[in-house]
Design a protein around this ligand. Structure first.
Ligand SMILES: [Zn+2]
Ligand SMILES: [Zn+2]
Ligand SMILES: [Zn+2]
Ligand SMILES: [Zn+2]
Ligand SMILES: [Zn+2]
Ligand SMILES: [Zn+2]
Ligand SMILES: [Zn+2]
Length: 231
């Protein structure tokens, strides 16, 4: 029986038979967590439950604000008002109020092409708005990216919980204000999986043995582990 362990927070994306989890954990314990927010970077080791950011939520604009903590699901609507800022070139921003300004301009970057709709700058309407993903800087027309973020992105044949990735460069989307709640909801699912793994006594005993490089005993520990439910 194969189970998927996809860690949202690091490079360790692996599909494994469940009895090989010990070997996977050897990989996990050696990598730093990649999760970050506008305030900080998680200092945990990849695969362990993340330390939640307790700073005040940074998602504020002229119209809406969230007064919860950074890691909590935001209690404010998305702002669909246009950004009123001017770009460095002096032309109006094509983004949304309170979001990072996309690095495209109707006048100065006519070569821009949206990789979801495959439309070029001149094919877009005056009223079309764009969103930039802060992790990689790629820019998309908003309706296409909204649909992408809502869609289930499943790899064929696996029942993985995978974080959303950029439609263009496939980098994991870790930071976005507009899509913050979707990102947090998926991360929460992954955190639940981590808690189930690391809340299991046998697993924890196995990890201690792994740290001492007692691999055979560790594997034994994992194999006898009961109630291991990894999804
Ligand atoms: Zn934060
Ligand atoms: Zn983390
Ligand atoms: Zn606003
Ligand atoms: Zn918030
Ligand atoms: Zn802007
Ligand atoms: Zn311009
Ligand atoms: Zn990208």
């Amino acid at each position: 029986m194969f189970h998927v362990w996809r860690c949202a927070t690091g490079p360790c994306h692996v599909v494994i038979p469940v009895h090989l989890i010990a070997i996977t954990l050897v990989l996990l314990v050696s990598m730093p967590c990649q999760k970050r927010c506008l305030h900080s970077r998680c200092r945990q080791i990849c695969g362990y439950p993340c330390v939640p950011c307790m700073e005040t939520c940074a998602w504020t604009c002229r119209h809406h604000a969230c007064d919860l903590r950074c890691h909590e699901i935001c209690k404010r609507p998305i702002c669909n008002e246009p950004c009123e800022k001017l770009l460095h070139c002096g032309h109006p921003c094509l983004g949304f109020c309170g979001e990072p300004c996309p690095s495209i301009c109707r006048v100065c970057t006519p070569q821009y092409k949206d990789t979801i709709s495959l439309m070029t700058m001149e094919e877009f309407e005056e009223t079309d708005r764009f969103v930039m993903l802060p992790d990689c800087g790629h820019v998309f027309e908003v309706s296409g990216l909204d649909t992408w973020m809502k869609s289930e992105q499943c790899d064929s044949g696996t029942n993985s919980i995978s974080p959303k990735s950029c439609p263009s460069c496939k980098n994991i989307i870790r930071q976005s204000l507009r899509y913050g709640n979707q990102i947090k909801a998926r991360m929460k699912q992954l955190e639940d999986v981590k808690m189930r793994i690391f809340g299991n006594q046998q697993v924890n005993e196995g990890i201690v043995l792994l740290r001492r490089k007692q691999f055979d005993e560790a594997l034994e520990q994992f194999l006898t582990g009961k109630n291991m439910q990894i999804r």
